[in-house]
Design a binder for this molecule. Sequence first.
Ligand SMILES: C[S@@+](CC[C@H](N)C(=O)[O-])C[C@H]1O[C@@H](n2cnc3c(N)ncnc32)[C@H](O)[C@@H]1O
Ligand SMILES: O=C(O)C(=O)C[C@]1(C(=O)O)C=C[C@@H](O)C=C1
Length: 253
Amino acid sequence: MKDSEIYPTELYLSPEKDDLFQKEPWPKPFVFNEDVVNVFDNMISRSVPLYREVLACAAHWARAYYQTETKIIDIGCSTGTFLELIGRFLQQPATLVGIDNSQPMLEKAREKLLPIQQIHQVELICASAENCSFENSSVVIINYTLQFLPLQVRQKLLKSIYQGLVPGGLLFLSEKVKSPLPLFQETITRHYEAFKAYNGYAQTEIERKKEALENVLVPLTETEQLQMLKDSGFQQVDSLIKLHNFLSLVALK
Ligand SMILES: C[S@@+](CC[C@H](N)C(=O)[O-])C[C@H]1O[C@@H](n2cnc3c(N)ncnc32)[C@H](O)[C@@H]1O
Ligand SMILES: O=C(O)C(=O)C[C@]1(C(=O)O)C=C[C@@H](O)C=C1
């Protein structure tokens, strides 16, 4: 597959519509249970600005920094959408590892990744990321997942990723972030909610999910996120994409 063939990206997304917050009871506090998993592809692609572009970008960076005989690891791989994409996009067989602590997510991922297993070795690990090893990886992706970990665990995980990456290895990180300025945060939030409404979510659904995510998804500011990466060992960091309150960064070992 040539670079030009991945943009715009055709992702393998299950079409089941996310109407979880239309009916009672809705998942509160928010958890990645079977109900969420069943509609997750539709939920994330309607809730994260530039989701398709971010995954395409991550695939480009993964292919550029992948080193033969090492691993590509996707932390919080959910239903396997990124791994399926990179599996199609990589031009050589590789070991692709997906880590997620939700078993129902990994069951969906297993199905989605069947076709690429003819080319790649695929390992799906049901575990909490902070208990995993990242040894011999040249690319680690962590998209919209660090934000769900307790604050004190985030730094520990980033340090362990840094240790596991081979020299020249890449971390690709996407997160929901918050503005340090309360006024800007308010404006960004309103703009983000307009994005959700544009994608077909009703105001009640938006409000209910916001409540469900309180203290579950805890965003940092961009500055705090960059500092945490530096404190974990990553000295070379750059930002790639930001829209509303969602940011993608790359960091090099
Ligand atoms: C928003 S989703 C990630 C989306 C995915 N990376 C993508 O781009 O489609 C967050 C995922 O992280 C997983 N997760 C949450 N806490 C975790 C932890 N401590 N360790 C591993 N996975 C975790 C959840 O089960 C969920 O599948
Ligand atoms: O912040 C929100 O309101 C979101 O819906 C974002 C978000 C995320 O960033 O992971 C939250 C939960 C779901 O996993 C999908 C999207």
